[in-house]
Design a protein around this ligand. Structure first.
Ligand SMILES: [Zn+2]
Length: 275
C-alpha cells in the first residue's frame, strides 16, 4: 500500500497539472469506488481544483472556490495519474475526470477487489471524514511521539500503523522505521526510555524523508526499502540475514541482531501477542 512518502510524492507531481485547467467532465466512476452521491460528481464541472493536499495516506483535491473537496484513498492497489491530452487511458478506470484541455486524472485499481475510494464532499464533510486521523507522521517531534506512545501499552509495529494514533505509516515504513530506530517490532510502547523515544522520532522523520526523496526521483521498491520484503538478505547495518514474522494479512521484517538482541521471533507466539 502506498504510504506517506509515496502519497506525498504523488501529491507534489499532481499539484500543478490538476489545477492548470477547469474540470470539463467528472466521471466515469465505478459504483464501488465512488462512496458519495450528494453532492453529485457533476457539481465539479466548470470548477477548478486549487491543487492537491494530503492528509495521512489520503489525497484531497479542493476546488478553488472553496465549495467542494474530492477525497481519494488508494488503499492497496489503487494508482492515480495524470494523462496528457490525447493520451489513450484505461477503458474502464475506477474513477476519472477530464480537464478543459483534454488532460485526464485517472484512478486505476489492479485486481478484482475494488477497495480504493473516492468521496466528493463539502469542506465540512471532508473535515469530518478526516477527524479520526492522528497527527501527521512526518514532522512529529519526540515530545508528541512520547505522548502517543505513553497513552497505552501497545506493540510498536501495530501502533505505528494505527492511523488514529499517527497518520501516514503502513506496513512497509513501520518495518523501515523500527529497523532504523533499532527497536523490536513488538516492544511495548510504554516500556521505551526517553532515549528510545528520541531514536524512534528521529527514525520516523529520517526514514519518511528518505522515502519521499527517493520516490520523488522515481525509485522503485527495490531501491527504496532496505528491510521490507527482504527476508534472508543481509542487514545493511550489520550483515545479519533479515528475518520475518508472518501474520494472516501481512508480514513484519526485522533484523534479529539490530532489533531483538539476537532473538529470532516465533511466528505463532507472536501472532497471539500482537493480535
Ligand atoms: Zn542488523
Amino acid at each position: 500500500m502506498p504510504e506517506l512518502p509515496e502519497m506525498e510524492a504523488w501529491r507534489r507531481a499532481l499539484n500543478d497539472p490538476v489545477s492548470a485547467f477547469p474540470i470539463a467532465r467528472a466521471g466515469p466512476a465505478h459504483i464501488a469506488t465512488l462512496k458519495t452521491f450528494d453532492p453529485p460528481l457533476a457539481a465539479l464541472e466548470g470548477r477548478r481544483f486549487r491543487g492537491v493536499e494530503r492528509r495521512g495516506k489520503r489525497l484531497l483535491f479542493p476546488t478553488d472556490d472553496g465549495a467542494l473537496v474530492l477525497l481519494v484513498h488508494l488503499m492497496t492497489a489503487g494508482r492515480l495519474k495524470m494523462l496528457p491530452a490525447g493520451r489513450v487511458g484505461p477503458k474502464t478506470p475506477a474513477f476519472g475526470l477530464e480537464l478543459a484541455d483534454g488532460s485526464k486524472l485517472v484512478l486505476t485499481e489492479a485486481g478484482k477487489k475494488k477497495r480504493a475510494g473516492v468521496w466528493l464532499l463539502t469542506p465540512e464533510g471532508a473535515a469530518a471524514e478526516l477527524a479520526h486521523l492522528g497527527p501527521e507522521a512526518l514532522g512529529l517531534d519526540a515530545r508528541q511521539l512520547g505522548e502517543i506512545l505513553r497513552r497505552e501499552a501497545r506493540r510498536l509495529h501495530p501502533l505505528l500503523r494505527d492511523q488514529r494514533a499517527i497518520a501516514g505509516i503502513g506496513r512497509a515504513w513501520a518495518n523501515e522505521i523500527l529497523h532504523a530506530a533499532k527497536l523490536s517490532p513488538y516492544a511495548l510502547s510504554t516500556d521505551l526510555s526517553d532515549d528510545e523515544v528520541d531514536r524512534l522520532a528521529t527514525a520516523v522523520n529520517g526514514e519518511l524523508a528518505r522515502g519521499l526523496e527517493l520516490r520523488e526521483r522515481g525509485a522503485g521498491d527495490d531501491r527504496t526499502y532496505r528491510v521490507h520484503n527482504r527476508l534472508g538478505q543481509p542487514c545493511h547495518v550489520c550483515g545479519t540475514p533479515l528475518a520475518q514474522i508472518d501474520f494472516e494479512e501481512h508480514t513484519i521484517y526485522y533484523c534479529p541482531e539490530c532489533q531483538t538482541g539476537g532473538r529470532v521471533l516465533k511466528d505463532r507466539r507472536l501472532s497471539r501477542l500482537l493480535r
